[in-house]
Design a protein around this ligand. Structure first.
Ligand SMILES: *[C@@H]1O[C@H](CO)[C@@H](O)[C@H](O)[C@H]1NC(C)=O
Ligand SMILES: *[C@@H]1O[C@H](CO)[C@@H](O)[C@H](O)[C@H]1NC(C)=O
Ligand SMILES: *[C@@H]1O[C@H](CO)[C@@H](O)[C@H](O)[C@H]1NC(C)=O
Ligand SMILES: CC(=O)N[C@H]1CO[C@H](CO)[C@@H](O)[C@@H]1O
Length: 567
C-alpha cells in the first residue's frame, strides 16, 4: 500500500460526464432539476445563497413536488413560481451561531513584543476580531442533518468571514497561525480536530464544511497545521490519537491526484489538482453553467467543469495560472482553463512538506520504521521538485505543462513555494539563493506599494493583478527568510513592512480587514472576481499577526522623520 505510488500510472482516457459522480450525494444541493431551475432563475445575486438554505421538509417530498411543478408548467415555470416554491420549502435562517472561544484574552502576550505603539494597538485590534469570527454549528443541524448542506462538526471554529460562514481548509492554516500567536491553542486544536472529523467522514478534507464542496479538497496543509500546533504545545497525545487519519490524507492524494509523465529521459510522479465530478459547482452554478454554453459538445463541457473545480481545489479560483491560449501562453481566459494539464509548484512543495512532517510525527511517536518510510518519500519528492520545476535559465521554480512538456515561465508567488515549505535541500538553497533573489528583482513582482500581486496580468479574475492575497504574501516572506542570507532577510522585511503598513492604513480608514487587497493603492481592498469582496477576515488577520510577531521589534507604522528620504 505504502509504496504503491511508484507503480501507479494515470490512464489518460477521455472523461465521460455520465460516469462521473455528482458533486455530492444530496440531489437538492448537488444534482437535480430543482437545483438547475432555481440557480438559473437567478433569484439571488450570489449562487451560494440557495445551496446554503435548509429544507423545511424532507428532501424526497420537496423533489417530488418540484417535479410536479415542472410537469404542470411544461418544464417552463415562471421566476415567480420558482421563488414561491423556494420560499415555501426552504429557510434562509443561518444554521451556524456565534461562539466565544474560551481561550480568548484581550491582552495576549505577543503584544509586549511589538515596539511601535500604533502597531501594538493594531495587533490588539486584530486580536479583538477573533470573537467576532467565532462560530459553532447549531444543535438543529445535528437533529435533522438530512435537511442541511452544512456538514456538522463538533468544535467551535473561526470562519474566514462574509459569505464564507463555514470552516475552510487552507484558510485554516493562516487562521491557526494567528490563533497560536494570540495564545489560543485550544481553539486551534478544536479547528484541527474539526478538519480531522471531516477527513474521517469523507476520506479527505473537503474545500469547506458543505456537502457541495465534498468532491474537492484544497492545498493539503493539515499536517502543517498539526506541526504548528505540536511545536507550540508539545501535545503528543493529540498526535498519537490522530496519526492514522493524517496518514490517510496523504494516501488520498497519492491515490487520486497523482500524475506520471516523462520529462526528458526521466519518468516523474507528482501531484496535480484534479476534481472529477459531474456538472457545475453547485455554489457557482449559474456562472459555471453559463460559461459552459460556449462549448458545443458534452465532453468539452464536462472537461470545462472539471477544470473549473480543479482550479477551485487549488484555492486559486480563478487565475491566468490555469489558462492556456492557442499557443499555451497564460493570456487566455476562463474558457481556455486547463488546470489539470498543469503540474503546480506549490501543491508539490506543500506535499513534500507534508511527507516530511509525517516523518517528524512518527519520529516523535518513536515509530522509527514508519518515520524512515515517510522521510524517504519526502526526499524523493524534493528531488523530483528540483528535476521538474527548477528552471536553470531563469533561476526559479515554474509550473509545468504536461501537454506542452515545458515550463510556464510567468511570475506567480507560488514560484517560491518550495523555499517556504522547506521542499529544497539545504545545499541547493545555498547554491541557488542569489539566483532566486535575482529572479524576484527582475520580475518586478515585489515593486508595488500595496503588496505582492498574485500575478502580473490584469485578467479581471480575482487571483490575478492587481490583487494581493494575504497567504501568498506570507509565502513570499517566508521563502525569502528561508534563503538564510542577509539580502534575503532584508527583502523579506521590506515585503512584510509594506504589507503591514498597507493593511494598517486600510484598517484605520474602514475598520475592516479584507480577504484581498489592491497592490496599486496601499490598503484598498481588491474588488474583482467571482463575488464581491469579503471582510473579516481570517487569513488576513493571521498573516498580519505573523508579521507583527516576527518583526515586532523593528517594524514601524510609518517612517520616522529621521528615516525620510533614506528609503
Ligand atoms: C411528471 O411527468 C412524467 C411523465 O411525463 C411522469 O413520469 C412523472 O411521474 C410526473 N411526475 C409527477 C410528480 O407528477
Ligand atoms: C505566446 O507567447 C510567445 C512568446 O512570448 C509569443 O511569441 C506568442 O505570440 C504568444 N501567443 C499568443 C497567442 O499570444
Ligand atoms: C476567450 O477566449 C476565446 C478563445 O481565444 C475567445 O473566443 C473568447 O472571445 C474569449 N472570451 C472573452 C470573454 O474574452
Ligand atoms: C469553488 C470552491 O471549491 N469553493 C471554495 C473553496 O474555498 C475557497 C476559500 O478558500 C473559496 O474561494 C472557493 O469558492
Amino acid at each position: 500500500m505504502m509504496f504503491q505510488l511508484l507503480v501507479v500510472a494515470v490512464a489518460a482516457a477521455a472523461v465521460v460526464g455520465d460516469d462521473l459522480p455528482p458533486s455530492c450525494g444530496k440531489p437538492v444541493y448537488c444534482d437535480s432539476d430543482l437545483l438547475h431551475f432555481v440557480q438559473m432563475a437567478r433569484l439571488y445575486p450570489d449562487s451560494k445563497s440557495f445551496v446554503d438554505m435548509h429544507m423545511r421538509r424532507d428532501p424526497e417530498e420537496i423533489l417530488e413536488d418540484f417535479d410536479q411543478l415542472l410537469n404542470s408548467s411544461q418544464r417552463n415555470p415562471t421566476r415567480e413560481q420558482i421563488q414561491a416554491f423556494v420560499n415555501e420549502n426552504f429557510n434562509e435562517e443561518v444554521e451556524i451561531e456565534n461562539w466565544l472561544p474560551s481561550d480568548y484574552t484581550e491582552n495576549p502576550k505577543f503584544l509586549l513584543g511589538i515596539r511601535d505603539e500604533k502597531l501594538r494597538q493594531y495587533g490588539k485590534d486584530l486580536n479583538g476580531i477573533w470573537p467576532n469570527l467565532g462560530r459553532k454549528v447549531k444543535a438543529s443541524v445535528l437533529e435533522n442533518p438530512d435537511r442541511y448542506s452544512l456538514i456538522p462538526i463538533p468544535n467551535g471554529f473561526i470562519v474566514p468571514g462574509g459569505r464564507f460562514r463555514e470552516i475552510y481548509y487552507w484558510d485554516t492554516y493562516w487562521i491557526i497561525e494567528g490563533l497560536l500567536i494570540s495564545g489560543m491553542p485550544e481553539t486551534a486544536k478544536g479547528m484541527i480536530d474539526n478538519l480531522i472529523q471531516l477527513l474521517k467522514k469523507l476520506g479527505h478534507v473537503p474545500n469547506g464544511s458543505r456537502y457541495y464542496y465534498q468532491e474537492r479538497s484544497q492545498p493539503p496543509l493539515l499536517t502543517a497545521m498539526v506541526s504548528l500546533y505540536i511545536r507550540e504545545t508539545g501535545d503528543t497525545k493529540f498526535l498519537k490519537d490522530n496519526i492514522e487519519a493524517l496518514e490517510d490524507e496523504l494516501r488520498y492524494w497519492l491515490d487520486t491526484q497523482i500524475v506520471t509523465f516523462d520529462k526528458g529521459e526521466e519518468t516523474h510522479t507528482l501531484l496535480r489538482y484534479y476534481s472529477p465530478s459531474k456538472g457545475p459547482r453547485p455554489e457557482s452554478y449559474y456562472e459555471d453553467y453559463s460559461g459552459a454554453q460556449n462549448f458545443q459538445s458534452n465532453d468539452r463541457q464536462t472537461e470545462y467543469y472539471i477544470d473549473l473545480k480543479s482550479a477551485a481545489e487549488s484555492g486559486w479560483d480563478f487565475s491566468t495560472r490555469w489558462f492556456m491560449d492557442a499557443d499555451g501562453n497564460n493570456s487566455g481566459n476562463l474558457s481556455t482553463i486547463h488546470t489539470k494539464d498543469i503540474v503546480p509548484v506549490d501543491l508539490n512543495a506543500i506535499f513534500a512538506n507534508a511527507l516530511q512532517n509525517m516523518a517528524y510525527f512518527e519520529g516523535l511517536l518513536k515509530n522509527t520504521r514508519r518515520a524512515s518510510h515517510w522521510a524517504y518519500l519526502a526526499k524523493q519528492w524534493r528531488s523530483t521538485i528540483q528535476e521538474v520545476f527548477w528552471d536553470e535559465d531563469d533561476g526559479i521554480w515554474y509550473d509545468y505543462s504536461l501537454s506542452l512538456g515545458k515550463h510556464r515561465k510567468y511570475f506567480y508567488p507560488s514560484n517560491v513555494a518550495p523555499l517556504w515549505m522547506g521542499a529544497v535541500d539545504k545545499r541547493l538553497v545555498k547554491k541557488h539563493s542569489a539566483r532566486v533573489l535575482e529572479y524576484l528583482a527582475k520580475s518586478h513582482g515585489l515593486d508595488f506599494p500595496g503588496g505582492v500581486p498574485v500575478s502580473l496580468i490584469n485578467s479581471g479574475e480575482q487571483w490575478d493583478f492587481p490583487y494581493a492575497w494575504p497567504p501568498l504574501v506570507s509565502v513570499v516572506v517566508n521563502a525569502l527568510e528561508a534563503l538564510d542570507t542577509e539580502e534575503g532577510k532584508k527583502v523579506a522585511f521590506r515585503v512584510a513592512e509594506t504589507w503591514v503598513r498597507a493593511c494598517h492604513k486600510g484598517f484605520l480608514e474602514s475598520k475592516q480587514m479584507f480577504e484581498k487587497y489592491d497592490v496599486e493603492v496601499p490598503g484598498r481592498f481588491g474588488g474583482g472576481g467571482e463575488y464581491t469582496v469579503q471582510t473579516g477576515f481570517g487569513w488576513a488577520n493571521g498573516v498580519v499577526l505573523e508579521f507583527l510577531t516576527k518583526y515586532g521589534r523593528t517594524l514601524t507604522a510609518e517612517d520616522s522623520p529621521s528615516d525620510e528620504g533614506s528609503s
